[in-house]
Write a new protein. Structure first.
Length: 802
């Protein structure tokens, strides 16, 4: 009993230290990712402000606005005839010219409102004294905007930099808040300030960003992201836009002024903060804030710290219950998230390919309520209209041909038929115009998509790129048009030559979509990882017309996955030492070092030792998996006798083959030379393939091992006569933690990591692996290695061998 206590005390201490380290890593990553979350909201707010500023400057630079403020046209009347005595005629001309200027200005403003409907609400134009001389709301004409005049007269900024953005309540819009952007208007002749223009914008787009409707781009590794409170506070401490779903809560904050820690830091010091602090309602929260000094705004995102930390508390309990359950659960989450992000894009790509080939009856089955969903709806609408259009044309052609054939001898009837055809052409023209409007909506959806969408010609020269290009790559659209996509001078050139050759072969030679991850770089030199989908668009003859590429920045997702893998490695490493200690003390007790034990006690202790050893094997496997996924394992090739290594592993497994009465047959190429491989890695490959062939073989079955040499490769075959692999599960056999249904019921022992490790080793060292199998008849695995051997690779640590 003394030895057990001495053994378990350090074990508990080590586990506690490991959990403490894991908690620190968890907290650091949580705070980092939370900062990235609020930064993404800052990007969206700046995008919104940039859009309003750009549109306002566009309005201010219009010649119609300048003509209105400078009374251009009216002043030119003096050139008509100074000597005329017909005063009434002069006034009539003035009124006509003024009316013409107002009409042109009104039509220009209306065209802008039609383009930006539901976004641009009102436009006011004021003279230098602040008097409104034109407005889209007639009641506003003649009113004074003295605050605006005082603001622009008090600043020392140049005319090009003058702009005022403010949040106001307009009684004309039911007292709802709107964004007012005001800019001076300068003369087209001498660049002198001749007035002001104020544009009023709807805040629904800003509310959508703040409310987190686009939150998928910032997965904070929290399933509590719906609990995050995000809001913007002005310089008075008043909230003017928020994500609060509770109406009472919104009304409450409109009546008070906040003076919480992030608000005070931003207003007094213009300082961004992040971390754990006390919120406005005395709760402990984790949050982050970003200041907008030029606007006097503070952007704040907060989450109850107890909610954020609940994941770590659950993790601590789960580690003491069963570590493997955690890994399975995390794997399921990653798998589901991968399907969630990639499946809609894949479906949309397949639908686009079918539509491009002329199959207008296909429907994109994408149900996501985001930009991809809107894009899918546009695709479906376009396909349906095209299908009806072509069907209608075919029916009309048949109908008109029949009518003309029957009435060819009747001239009068022929004229009537011609008139009918002309009417139909007019109707088709209207339908074509409606289709053009639908295509315009489709282009708006593409232009505002969160994913980067690029269209190139057959040589990869960029013909079109949406706005997401500037957000993801930091290049301006004007900088990339007419240039080859993904070259070293833009965002490409980080992958190997073989990677790009395979990409071009897939889309240009095979004419198939290419889907995969790619490393790119931004204009500022930062690298990022994109999930890219490139599809060739073919004409009816099967010739490539152009390429469409859709790319999503998954750098944050990859960082989260890497964090998960590092955590698995840390946890596995911390568990290894206590397991070794447990095995050692159990061995000492079984050997009698702690006193004599009876048979029943020995039976229990051996069961405990077997279970502990299985756990140790699982930890070893998990450590190997994490090193393979992180790419930190070492490859140290040296001349090795493959045949001797095969025989050595078979000798190690002789007891298992004898217990199950497995007959072992070997066929070796005696002229096989030594090849340069890493002995540890090669032994892991043999151990997993041989042990699987024994474990999942039938009683009195056969194990066949073949090692031979062909022209360029060393080929290894390992075959058994056991359970085989079900047909519907063959595509999953190399997946992590996967075991086929038939063997899981028959053989309960197993981790599902062996074949995943073997495949990772073989493929990352230049080889290939595949298999052939029939259920209940056995399986044959094939491994090929180049004669040149494995490629040397530097790393942190070698993989562990059992």
């Amino acid at each position: 009993m003394h030895f057990i206590i001495v053994g378990f005390v350090p074990t508990i201490i080590i586990v506690f230290i490991g959990l403490n380290s894991a908690e620190k890593v968890f907290s650091q990553e949580l705070e980092k990712n939370f900062s990235q979350y609020v930064q993404s909201k800052e990007v969206q707010i700046n995008t919104f402000l940039g859009l309003t500023e750009s549109l306002s400057r566009d309005l201010a630079s219009s010649c119609f606005v300048a003509d209105k403020l400078s009374n251009k046209g009216v002043d030119d009347i003096d050139d008509i005839n100074e000597s005329t005595e017909d005063v009434g005629g002069i006034e009539g001309i003035e009124n006509a010219i003024t009316k013409d200027v107002d009409q042109q200005l009104s039509e220009y403003i209306s065209s802008k409102k039609n383009i930006w409907k539901d976004f641009l609400s009102e436009v006011n134009i004021a003279d230098p004294s602040g008097k409104i001389v034109f407005s889209t709301l007639e009641d506003a004409i003649g009113q004074e905007d003295n605050d605006l005049v005082a603001y622009f007269n008090s600043t020392n900024k140049s005319i090009e930099d003058l702009i005022k953005t403010e949040i106001i309540e307009k009684k004309e819009f039911n007292n709802e808040k709107v964004v007012k952007v005001s800019i001076p208007v300068v003369s087209l002749d001498n660049d002198q300030r001749i007035g002001f223009i104020s544009a009023f914008y709807d805040m629904k787009l800003l509310e959508k960003y703040i409310s987190g409707l686009s939150k998928n781009e910032n997965n904070i590794n929290l399933n509590q992201s719906e609990s995050i409170e995000t809001y913007i506070v002005d310089s008075r401490g008043k909230i003017f836009v928020s994500s609060f779903g509770n109406v009472d809560k919104k009304n409450y904050f409109e009546k008070i002024s906040l003076n919480s820690y992030p608000v005070a830091e931003c207003i007094q010091k213009q300082k961004d903060i992040s971390g754990v602090y006390e919120s406005y309602d005395k709760r402990e929260v984790i949050g982050a804030s970003i200041c907008f000094p030029n606007k006097g705004w503070t952007l704040i995102s907060e989450l109850d710290f107890a909610v954020a930390n609940s994941g770590m508390e659950f993790l601590e309990k789960l580690m003491f219950i069963s570590v493997p359950i955690i890994f399975v659960f995390l794997l399921i989450i990653v798998y589901v998230l991968t399907l969630r992000f990639s499946a809609p894009i894949k479906k949309l790509t397949e639908t686009a390919a079918l539509i491009s080939s002329g199959n207008f009856g296909v429907v994109a089955a994408v149900k996501e309520k985001n930009e991809i969903g809107e894009l899918a709806m546009a695709f479906n609408g376009m396909a349906e209209k095209l299908r009806k259009y072509y069907s209608y044309l075919e029916e009309e052609v048949k109908k008109r041909t029949s009518q003309l054939s029957e009435k060819v001898e009747e001239t009068e009837n022929a004229k009537k038929a011609m008139m009918n055809i002309l009417e139909d052409v007019e109707e088709e023209k209207k339908k074509a115009e409606n289709l053009a409007k639908d295509l315009e909506k489709f282009m708006l959806a593409v232009e505002n998509s969160w994913e980067l969408i690029i269209i190139t010609d057959v040589d990869g020269v960029i013909l079109y790129a949406n706005r997401a290009l500037e957000r993801i790559t930091k290049f301006k659209i004007s900088e990339v048009l007419g240039k080859k996509a993904g070259n070293e001078k833009l965002w490409g050139g980080l992958e190997s030559k073989e990677f790009y050759e395979k990409l071009w072969k897939t889309i240009k030679i095979d004419k198939k979509p290419f889907i995969g991850e790619i490393r790119n770089k931004r204009k500022n030199g930062d690298n990022y990882i994109g999930l890219v989908n490139i599809s060739p668009i073919l004409d009816k003859e099967g010739n490539i017309m152009f390429f469409v590429a859709i790319q999503r920045d998954i750098t944050l997702e990859k960082d989260i996955d890497r964090t998960k893998t590092e955590f698995v490695s840390l946890a596995s490493h911390q568990l290894r030492t206590p397991l070794t200690s447990i095995n050692w003390y159990l061995e000492m007790i079984l050997d009698g070092d702690a006193g004599k034990i009876n048979k029943k006690q020995e039976e229990y202790l051996r069961e405990a030792k077997d279970g502990s050893q299985r756990m140790a094997d699982l930890v070893t496997a998990l450590l190997n998996v994490s090193r393979l996924e992180l790419g930190t394992f070492v490859v140290e090739p040296e001349p090795t006798d493959i045949l001797e290594m095969s025989e050595s592993v078979l000798r190690e497994l002789r007891l298992q083959t004898k217990e199950r009465k497995i007959k072992v047959e070997t066929q070796y190429d005696k002229e096989l030379p030594e090849i340069k491989v890493d002995p540890k890695l090669m032994r892991i490959v043999f151990q997993n393939l041989f042990s699987n062939a024994i474990k999942y073989n039938s009683e009195k079955g056969k194990l066949e091992v073949i090692v031979k040499c062909d022209k360029n490769n060393i080929r290894i075959e390992v075959a058994d006569t056991g359970y085989g692999i079900p047909e519907h599960q063959k595509d999953k056999i190399f997946s992590k933690l996967f075991r086929a249904d038939n063997v899981r019921e028959a053989v309960t022992d197993g981790t599902g990591l062996g074949l995943y490790i073997v495949k990772s080793i073989i493929e990352q060292t230049g080889g290939e692996i595949w298999f052939e199998s029939k259920e209940n008849k056995g399986t044959r695995f094939f491994v090929t290695l180049p004669k040149s051997g494995m490629k040397e690779r530097s790393g942190v640590k070698a993989l562990d061998v059992k």
